[in-house]
Design a protein around this ligand. Structure first.
Ligand SMILES: [Cu+2]
Length: 489
């Protein structure tokens, strides 16, 4: 990588664009030292070891890696700097299921490569005075650029299957922000694992029903080929159709899944692969009954039957916009007064994306000034390493709810320990499921751009176990990387 630009608009502006480090997304290992440590700063031209020894009882499954140097994550994502980490050889993993073991395997890394017209990944706009993709905006160099929805780096893939054949596909949505609604013409998706962690039972979607693969999500899925023919694996338009946030069938209502205002969007539907079913029929079958539980995690019974040591609430919030009597945001505490334009790279206060501690009730602000927030919070939600949002006890089980007080989806990701998703929008899942990333549905009930205070926030609820072997500083953030880089962490 070239040297970093001399002038660094540090702080909460993207910075150190050519520095990097290594995050092993989904691995249950230490967040410190040479392991899954997102606080390392690897300068251009330098060499560093990353040494990760997996414990013997680590879950087998589909994990991945990508850079995680705060302030410089989005650009390498646009250029495709990531890959899969597949953990195998568990004696009682999915491979011990005969129908899975017999299936031919394909890996599909679904990227979203963004370039300028000449095919280069340009630097963000160093002279930006806004966070937008407009002329004066941070991402203006991408506004008229190109977007390639890739599958293993290519925009066109051909796969061959025989009628009746069962294949196992490992899908990764490696986009910097786009959620992908994936479906295969004429076929059902038979879901085995989310984020590398096995479902209690295989779940079969309706024929052509799309699966919502949030940014950062992985899906292990079985496909059984139908009759002779040609079928497209596609990504559908995420706007205006009813979306399920997970493999649960819970429908969080029609909403915007796409991130508003970010870059040009693709022409949907986008084809990820062409599947040609040809030659003689094969006799293969799909699994039935319970799947083996993933290693390295407490049992579902332990998770569900243990009284949580703490109950915590987190909020994705967008603080800013034009304030009126009706829609003064409850968030934003000190930003109006103490916003440091320099820290934000010279950009005036307009709209911040953040994660906030929802258990901080704050104090009413008696000031009637519309430019002031309704409530002053004691802690604020922008990423500051010196001010952790929570301190959890190693070895404890906690219950968290993450709310979305914005009008677009944000995928929640937490490092080090996976979590057991139990509710989406307050509705219990029929069978809880393990994840390390879940899309928190957008707020609904009023139209986008309306008063967020009148909307119903989207939410996810989960239980999580803090494995005492891997204590340390643990990051959580929105997996829309352009949000994370400016503070939604
Ligand atoms: Cu976000």
């Amino acid at each position: 990588m070239p040297d970093n630009p001399e002038i660094q608009r540090g702080g909460a502006f993207p910075h150190d664009p050519y520095s990097t480090n290594f995050h092993s997304h989904g691995l249950n290992v230490s967040p410190e030292g040479l392991l899954d440590n997102p606080f390392r700063h690897m300068l251009p031209g330098s060499t560093h070891d990353v040494v990760i020894k997996l414990p013997d009882d680590h879950a087998c499954g589909t994990f991945w890696y990508h850079p995680h140097k705060h302030g410089s994550i989005a650009m390498p994502f646009f250029g495709g700097m990531y890959g899969l980490l597949i953990v195998t050889r568990c004696s009682d993993g999915l491979e011990s299921v005969p129908e899975v073991a017999a299936a031919k395997e394909h890996v599909m890394i679904l990227g979203s490569i963004r370039t300028d017209q000449s095919g280069d990944v340009p630097l963000y706009n160093e002279d930006a005075t806004e966070f937008s993709d407009g002329d004066a905006g941070l991402w203006s160099s991408y506004t008229d650029g190109l977007l390639f929805m890739t599958n293993n780096g290519l925009t066109d893939q051909t796969l061959f299957m025989r009628p009746g054949e069962v294949q196992r596909w490992r899908l990764l949505n490696a986009a910097a922000g786009l959620n992908k609604l994936v479906s295969l013409e004429g076929h059902s998706l038979h879901l085995l694992a989310n984020d590398g962690l096995t479902l209690k039972k295989m779940k079969t979607l309706e024929v052509e029903e799309p699966f919502v693969l949030g940014a950062g999500n992985r899906l292990d899925v079985l496909i059984q080929a139908g009759e002779l023919g040609v079928y497209l694996l596609q990504v559908a338009d995420p706007i205006g159709i009813k979306l399920s946030a997970s493999a649960t069938g819970i429908d969080p209502d029609t909403r915007r899944s796409r991130v508003g205002g970010d870059f040009p969007s693709p022409d949907y539907p986008v084809t990820l692969a062409t599947v040609i079913v040809s030659e003689e029929e094969m006799s293969m079958s799909l699994p039935s009954g319970d799947l083996p539980e993933s290693d390295g995690l407490p049992s579902m019974e332990t998770m569900l039957n243990t009284e949580p040591a703490e109950i915590r609430n987190v909020g994705f919030e967008s603080c800013g916009g034009e304030q009126t009597d009706e829609n003064r945001l409850p968030s934003c505490g000190w930003y109006y007064e103490e916003y440091d334009t320099d820290y934000w790279g010279g950009i005036d206060f307009e709209n911040l994306l953040m994660m906030r501690n929802e258990d901080d009730q704050g104090e009413d602000n008696p000031d009637d000034d519309l430019a002031m927030p309704q409530i002053n919070y004691t802690t604020e939600g922008l990423f500051a390493r010196s001010e952790p949002m929570f301190e959890m006890a190693a070895g404890s089980i906690e219950e968290w709810t993450v709310y979305n007080y914005t009008f677009s989806d944000h995928p929640f990701h937490i490092h080090t320990n996976a979590f057991l998703l139990t509710e989406v929008n307050g509705t219990e899942l029929e069978i809880p499921q393990w994840h390390d990333t879940v899309v928190v549905p957008a707020a609904t009930g009023v139209r986008g751009g309306g008063n967020i205070n009148d909307a119903t926030p989207g939410s996810i609820t989960f239980k999580t176990y803090f494995n005492p072997e891997y204590s340390g500083e643990i990051l959580m953030h929105c997996h829309i990387i352009t949000h994370e880089d400016i503070g939604m962490m």
